[in-house]
Ligand binder design. Sequence first.
Ligand code: ATP
Length: 355
Amino acid sequence: MSLLVKKLSVSYEDNGHALQALECVDFVAQKGRITALVGESGSGKTTLGKACMGLLPKNATVEGGITLGDKPLLGMTEEDLNKVRWSELAMVFQNGAANFNPVYTILDQVAEPLIQHRDMPKPQALELAGQALLEMGLKPEEHTRYPHQLSGGQVQRALLAMAQILDPGVLILDEPTASLDAMSKGFVSRAMVQNKEKGKAIFLITHDLELASQLADDLYVLYLGQVMEKMAGSELFSEPRHPYSLALARSFPSMETARDLGGIRGDAFYRLLHQHGHRNGTPHRHAHIASSEAGHEPGHAPPSGCLFHDRCTQAREDCRKGLVPLTGSNGRKVRCLRGGIVDLLDLKGIAHSYD
Ligand code: ATP
């Protein structure tokens, strides 16, 4: 089963103003693939996940379409959505422990969807829940603990066990590895790959660009509620095309990344991006997005033209006005009037000079 999002716009009513969290987003999480959504904080990632689950708050206005297989989700009654949630589409939210009820054991809670949705007798449901928890690396003596008696990593793994318990075709995971130890991160990553291999569609929302680049078959880069680029996960560090994707990749602190970006492509991109800015007399602006120089939050008055133009080293006058479409073939799309940095800077022709 695949999850298809078409021209989705979401705005929140915020003190009498409309805050545009998503703008005309097209997105697909295909079966048998891991699809990652990355972008800085506030870019609208969780909003997209919640919109798919029909769990946006009351102050949200939604336009566009969301389809699960052949079922349109937008406009579905709450009763019908409840039948779809857990059994066909499940989401693991950020802040694991907050998603469990503190007064029930995790075993009871992981068993609950089986009892509610499948009318399974409790003893059988508990047995299956126990197996699911074991598969996620939780020892039998941990199953009967309350959420506050588990570590963050154990809670996250228990949540993932619960999300998978009814074998839904689509799994949405919002920051599933945030603040996890290496072992828990390994379990969660393996679970994603195993689910993909079983033919599930995995929709991964993450700040962990390294994880996204390693696991994602498809990757979307979101900025101020717009998709700036769609690519293969493996291209995020090696061949980002949108200046924002490059800036995002460069802002990711890791030895691995530093090595990748120190390589020909990353380095050439970076140098050429800067040279280009100087050549054209545009003010030099460092592409690195440290938090101290973070750009806009989605707001009531987003910039006109390309939403990234005032942080971009290669912006021209026409980037400051009008709409910028997302163009390219199915696998690779970029929202840049200059065709992205590869075309503009002719990297392929020049990169070998850095060999
Ligand atoms: P993070 O990575 O920090 O989780 P995100 O990319 O998931 O961020 P969202 O949580 O989707 O971003 O938020 C997108 C924008 O919508 C932000 O500006 C946020 O403040 C705003 N927003 C989210 N929920 C609401 C709400 N209930 N009411 C008003 N504004 C909201």
